[in-house]
Write a protein that binds this ligand. Structure first.
Ligand SMILES: [Zn+2]
Length: 450
């Protein structure tokens, strides 16, 4: 039986099936995809805008996608900065260490000064790093990390405290919306990869959203239709890397009609920000939930310089930023096998799950379970803390597989929350209405322009 929303969108499906997408600008959307941007002038003497003219920073609209060769090597800017890049398959510290003149203590100082302000899980290869040294080369005077040509995370040496001080600058951007439509030929990836109007980033986002709606291995057929509303940010006519799939719909011979909407939680980095069905059900149907509500990674899985010991060592989990007392959840059902103080790990909980996987929760301020106890997915088991060898309140979360050893928790499919309820559901419904309006405007503009 067709739902009311199906009727709304059916005509759009038909009238646009032959039209190519165009970008639609100047549509303002309340909470979604909007960056309130302020061109903050940099006040410090060591780092005045006269020294680094941001307008001259080389274009790199697809840093995560394109290679070094696409970064314009001839562009002249900021001659007193030494430039480097985030290296593929290397971490932040390793990439810093690869910059000429950067010593281990410098890399450590920069990383520690910036760790609370950037999400290390969202760093991509080829993003730029710039270092300005003191005249004797013994100290870092300033540092700039630019994930794209409009965003600048800046550290400057504060003359009063002698410490590196953080400031953030983002050039003004506008959000543009466009509709991507197509029919299935082979796999979805193959269908999308053929198109030059779909970036790798958007292709992955489309894949992720539709995969949660349709079982492609069994239910997809050639000729099935998909329809995607994308929001992208532009500065000075150039597209920033990334983008957001606000709406995805699929109409298939076997799959029927499915649609999903983006929900943006007002809490920054909220685990609830994701794609949901019209009923507010999260798309991913299996896997683990997250151990915390806020998903800001301050230290990813892999080799790193330890923030306390200063030594290079394997980090066999992920550190999530948090405040003391924030709830820590069991990521899946299981049995508690350890719940006590454990030296450098601080207050620690270990849970064995049904498939034998172990999950570890370290540095807690409080433990709310005992050994042998069964826990459900999403149950609060403890509180974020700063116990043991820890440089500040955070949750260290580890996943151990009997056969394969420590796993990167970020690579394991996790779901934010199964369903939106209460206030979140109401907010989601309002956002769905806004997205439908944007969609219809984008579709109408397209019709008029032909
Ligand atoms: Zn850790």
């Amino acid at each position: 039986m067709p739902l009311p929303h199906q009727r709304n969108l059916t005509p759009l499906f038909q009238k646009n099936s032959l039209l190519r997408w165009i970008t639609v600008s100047a549509v303002i959307l309340g909470a979604i995809g909007i960056f309130a941007v302020v061109w903050i002038s940099l006040l410090s003497r060591e780092y005045s805008s006269a020294e680094v003219d941001f307008s001259h920073i080389s274009p790199n609209p697809d840093a995560p996608i394109l290679g070094y060769a696409t970064i314009n090597p001839d562009e002249k800017y900021a001659p007193d900065y030494v430039e480097g890049w985030i290296l593929p398959y290397k971490g932040f510290e390793d990439s810093l260490m690869a910059i000429r003149g950067v010593t281990l203590p410098m890399a450590l100082e920069i990383t520690n000064a910036i760790r609370d302000h950037i999400d290390f899980a969202k760093i991509y290869a080829h993003e730029t790093l710039r270092v300005k040294f003191s005249p004797d080369g013994k100290q870092v005077e300033a540092f700039v990390y630019s994930p794209n040509f409009a965003t600048f995370h800046v550290l400057t040496r504060d003359t009063a405290t002698g410490k590196l001080r953080y400031t953030y600058t983002r050039l003004p951007t506008e959000t543009r919306y466009r509709i991507i439509t197509g029919t299935m030929e082979g796999t979805l990836n193959q269908s999308l990869a053929k198109r030059d109007d779909v970036s790798t980033w958007i292709r992955q986002a489309v894949n992720n959203s539709l995969e949660g709606m349709i079982s492609f291995s069994t239910d997809a057929r050639n000729g099935d239709e998909y329809r995607i509303l994308v929001a992208e940010e532009f500065h000075g006519g150039r597209r920033l890397p990334g983008g957001k799939v606000l709406y995805a719909a699929y109409r298939g011979k076997v799959a029927g009609f499915r649609e999903a909407f983006w929900y943006q939680d007002p809490e920054p980095d909220s685990a609830f920000t994701s794609h949901y069905t019209t009923e507010g059900k999260a798309l991913a149907s299996s896997g683990m939930r997250l151990p915390v509500d806020r998903i800001r990674v301050t230290s990813p899985f892999g080799y790193r310089i330890h923030p306390v010991t200063g030594r290079r060592q394997m980090h066999n989990g992920v550190d999530y930023a948090g405040a003391i007392g924030d709830p820590v959840y069991a990521v899946a059902a299981g049995t508690v096998t350890f719940a006590a103080m454990d030296g450098p790990s601080g207050k620690k909980i270990v849970i064995r799950h049904l498939d034998g996987t172990l999950t570890y929760y370290l540095h807690l301020s409080a433990i709310g379970v005992r050994v042998g106890q069964s826990v459900k997915s999403g149950q609060i088991i403890g509180r974020v803390g700063n116990t043991g060898l820890s440089s500040g309140p955070h949750l260290h979360f580890g996943v151990f597989d009997k056969k394969q050893g420590w796993q990167n928790p970020l690579r394991i499919k996790m779901i934010a929350a199964p369903t939106l309820t209460g206030e979140r559901l109401e907010r989601f419904k309002a956002q769905m209405r806004t997205i439908r309006e944007i969609y219809e405007k984008a579709a109408d503009t397209k019709v008029r322009s032909i």
